[in-house]
Design a protein around this ligand. Structure first.
Ligand code: PHE
Length: 402
């Protein structure tokens, strides 16, 4: 409602001053870019032809981390459904094109190149995995297409250029959250780390955890690596025998196997991780509810148990749509789409550069994952939650503010 009013006010006040009276009728009628006289870098988006506003989503719909893409896409689609039901943006319906990158960085780049060749695309959502966001971001930066990563947390992602944004916190914060949790809540003195060496996310998070845990007085007794695709982690886990806890900042597929092998080797201590554990397949991969990951902890972006009205409204809508609870990924996908929509409304334009500028100016947007303010590095500073695995559920334990 508020947006409608401000749009009306804009049309009544500013627009007449910008364009000649004869153009005004047409301007109102076709609900074009209000600054349409000047046009935009991409004519299809700014032309006010009454066509759809097209958003791209590049995601791991298949492959190693398929639930990342699938769950995010569900969140994005729910947001678009709500936006369109409320009349769309600038009087136009929103259209989504999702492209599968098969969980591979090279494919993410290929798909980005495809999107860059489509001048109807005004903004892009993606990726989840930092390495894939880092692979694709330079393509969007060069093409001048604003990209909003819902959930890539490695610091480097948004350093790729001024068109690259995210709606989540970053790993220097996330790593500290779990290091403090290990030291203060678990009272761990000796921790072993298992990192995925080709993942920017895993390496970055492991480095932060190590530094912060040592700062808190703890000792890292082992810091072992594995590769994407590895399935045998026993030699690395052997180094963790005397640890009070093991930190595994990896992705759910391998984490499940690592957890099972750790228990087979007699390692009984808590395993800890980051948002990369967030998947409806995590527990299944660890042998099922009550098995290798029971009672373990990971940091994440949001909890479906958050009592705030906006989160609960979202959880209900998501449940009604998909008959399951939304993961953090779904919630962030939803928020990514909503801040793009807000940028199109507040900038009153579907022109790529204008969307970029409006995204950069985002302040206190009420997301379902928390308030989103985009800072000068195009990151969002937000709270993290620590979740505990109980059966199939991820149970909320605490919130940590930045
Ligand atoms: N933060 C992870 C990365 O940067 C991706 C991720 C986010 C995975 C949220 C699961 C949930 O690679």
């Amino acid at each position: 409602m508020r947006t409608r009013l401000s749009r009306l006010a804009f049309l009544r006040g500013v627009l007449p001053a910008l364009v000649a009276g004869s153009l005004l009728v047409g301007g109102l009628g076709c609900k074009s870019d209000s600054t349409g006289a000047a046009g935009g870098a991409n004519p299809a988006a700014g032309g006010g032809d009454g066509g759809t506003i097209k958003i791209g989503h590049y995601a791991s719909m298949t492959g190693d981390t398929a639930t990342f893409g699938i769950e995010t896409d569900e969140g994005v689609k729910l947001a678009i459904k709500e936006i369109n039901a409320a009349g769309g943006l600038l009087g136009r319906q929103v259209e989504l094109e999702t492209q599968d990158d098969q969980s591979k960085p090279e494919e993410a780049k290929t798909v980005a190149t495809k999107f860059a060749a489509d001048d109807k695309i005004v903004a892009v959502i993606g990726e989840v995995a930092s390495t894939r966001s880092i692979a694709a971001a330079p393509v969007f930066e060069r093409a001048g297409i604003p990209m909003v990563s819902p959930s890539s947390t490695n610091e480097k992602v948004t350093q790729e250029g001024e068109h690259i944004f995210r709606v989540c916190f970053i790993d220097p914060f996330q790593g500290k959250v779990m290091a403090k949790f290990a030291a203060e809540e678990l009272k761990a003195k000796k921790v072993a780390i298992l990192r995925e060496q080709s993942s920017d996310y895993s390496v970055g998070l492991a480095d932060v955890f190590k530094a912060e845990f040592e700062k808190a007085g703890g000792t890292i007794i082992a810091d072992a690596s594995y590769k994407t695709g590895d399935t045998d982690f026993r030699s690395q886990l052997a180094q963790a025998k005397d640890a009070d806890a093991v930190y595994i900042p990896g992705y759910y597929t391998q984490v499940g196997t690592i957890a099972r092998q750790a228990r087979q080797l007699g390692i009984k201590v808590p395993l800890m991780g980051g948002d990369g554990w967030d998947s409806e397949k995590l527990v299944e991969g660890a042998g099922g509810p009550g098995k290798a990951l029971e009672d373990c902890y990971f940091s994440n972006h949001y909890s479906k148990d958050d009592k705030s009205e906006r989160t609960q409204t979202f959880v209900k809508a998501y449940n009604a749509e998909y008959n399951k609870s939304p993961s953090g990924l779904a919630a962030l996908g939803y928020d990514a789409m909503k801040i793009i929509a807000e940028a199109i409304k507040s900038g009153n334009s579907a022109d790529r550069e204008k969307i970029k500028d409006a995204l950069a100016a985002t302040k206190n947007f009420p997301g379902v994952t928390g308030d989103i303010t985009i800072d000068e590095n195009r990151n969002a500073s937000k709270s993290a939650v620590v979740l505990q695995i109980k059966g199939k559920e991820f149970v909320y334990t605490k919130t940590v503010a930045p």
